[in-house]
Ligand binder design. Structure first.
Ligand code: NAI
Length: 432
């Protein structure tokens, strides 16, 4: 097959615009760019055929081209039907990288796209590494193409929900390859999930609705990393924020951060904006819709679309599309506005997290791929995390871009607190 024709994107003529934005993003992604400098000559990923399934955005394009620069062959699909930035996908296709992604595909096309990435390498060879976000690619390979598993050295997983799926497999003994949990690197979940959502949640609600947020009541379900960033985002926009939680520790954190904490059944009637962030299912269901205010805006920023019972709305309310990814539902004389059909709103209605924070996440992803590819014998079929010295390295690579000066421990001080001047600086159990 002609490599040049191995892609399916919305509009290849968007490639030039995509390329210009990729160039801008590179300047905001110092972690990835310094990995290109460090490893561009030695090409530690030579021989790796990485199939990736992760939101096909401008930031992801910088990740893909970093993996290439380090010697890998790469194929790509997006892990959500609404999250592709078509100009980013076009630029990647233009660069002759097999990519199957466009904004607004259907579920059948979604599976088809992932499937294409398994075999689109030079000479029709199959993948030998997985880079995943949410586990859909992993599930496709493990459940539908088990014959491919023997050649795959390992997988790295980007998000909380995908890591849960991997941990279930490890417990059941059905994880057939080593995996690195990228999500729980401190420089991923305590930055992307938190500060990323802090910027991208309100961005999405504004692009979708243009609603005035100051003075409104917002309800955030879940106060984990994504919930903390989401609540901060809404508070920063001037909304009064109510949080719901099931975990007493996170509920106490929310209260002490100054938020009201209520049960969903009690808070939902007051809210103008309702956001789910739990990674759990059935958070907003029929009885909650019935209690909502007129023109309440409902959206989800968790990985999957099962947090909000959209099928209940579709069966019980009359739907009118206002614009793509913004729907109005008429229910008992009230109107409810649903964003991105209940799929993750920051990628459906906006463009996901900014480049700088994604550089942290994707530097972890790249290090995980290098580690699994070059040091494979050291790993069993378990879920691992990157060592703390690499987590600290990722952070260090991002300091100078934002003018951070770091103090340096003297040998005497280091000895006093029981570390070395080069780090790691904290024990494994430290929570940041
Ligand atoms: P987390 O585990 O830190 O937080 C989830 C919180 O929800 C926990 O505190 C949990 O106690 C709470 N929760 C669970 N069930 C609940 C219920 N019924 N009612 C109220 N609260 C409940 O997970 P994290 O990292 O915050 O991720 C959440 C979701 O967001 C995951 O699906 C993850 O994959 C996704 N994610 C999305 C991103 C985006 O850009 N849209 C970025 C990063 C993660």
């Amino acid at each position: 097959i002609d490599t040049a024709s191995k892609f399916k994107v919305k509009d290849i003529s968007l490639a030039e615009w995509g390329r210009k934005e990729i160039k801008l993003a590179e300047a905001e992604m110092p972690g990835l760019m310094s990995l290109r400098e460090e490893y561009g000559q030695s090409k530690p990923l030579a021989g790796a055929r990485i199939a990736g399934c992760l939101h096909m955005t401008i930031q992801t394009a910088v990740l893909i081209e970093t993996l290439l620069e380090l010697g890998a062959e790469v194929t790509w699909s997006s892990c959500n039907i609404f999250s592709t930035q078509d100009h980013a996908a076009a630029a990647i296709a233009q660069a002759n990288i097999p990519v199957y992604a466009w904004k607004g595909m259907n579920e059948t096309e979604f599976d088809w796209c992932i499937e294409q990435t398994l075999f689109a390498f030079e000479g029709g060879k199959p993948l030998n590494m997985i880079l995943d976000d949410g586990g859909d690619l992993t599930n496709m390979v493990l459940d539908r193409y088990p014959e491919l598993v023997k050649d795959i050295k390992g997988l790295s997983e980007e998000t909380t929900t995908g890591v849960h799926r991997l941990q279930e497999r490890e417990e059941k003994g059905t994880l057939p390859m080593p995996a690195i949990n990228v999500n729980d690197s401190v420089t991923k979940s305590k930055f992307d999930n938190k500060y990323g959502c802090k910027e991208s949640l309100v961005d999405a609600i504004r692009r979708a609705t243009d609603v005035m947020m100051a003075g409104k009541v917002a309800l955030v379900a879940g106060y984990g990393d994504v919930g903390k960033g989401s609540a901060a985002s809404l508070k920063g926009a001037g909304a009064r924020v109510i949080v719901t939680e099931i975990d007493p520790i996170c509920a106490l954190q929310a209260a002490m951060d100054g938020f009201e904490v209520k049960k969903m059944d009690n808070g939902v009637a007051e809210a103008d904006i309702i956001v789910t962030t739990t990674g759990n299912k059935d958070i907003v269901v029929g009885r909650h819709f019935e209690k909502m205010k007129d023109k309440a805006i409902v959206c989800n920023i968790g990985h999957f679309d099962n947090e909000i019972d959209v099928s209940w709305l579709n069966s019980n309310a009359k739907k009118t599309e206002i614009k793509p990814q913004v729907d109005l539902y008429e229910l008992n004389g009230k109107e409810i506005i649903l964003l991105a059909e209940g799929r993750l709103v920051n990628l459906g209605c906006a463009t996901g997290h900014p480049s700088f924070v994604m550089s942290n996440s994707f530097t972890n992803q790249t290090l995980a791929q290098i580690e699994l590819w070059t040091n494979n014998d050291a790993y069993e079929n378990k879920v691992y995390m990157l060592p703390k010295h690499l987590d600290e390295k990722v952070a260090r690579l991002h300091l100078s871009k934002i003018g951070v000066e770091l103090d340096v421990l003297s040998a005497d001080q280091a000895e006093y607190i029981g570390v070395t001047p080069e780090g790691p600086y904290k024990p494994e159990y430290y929570r940041y």
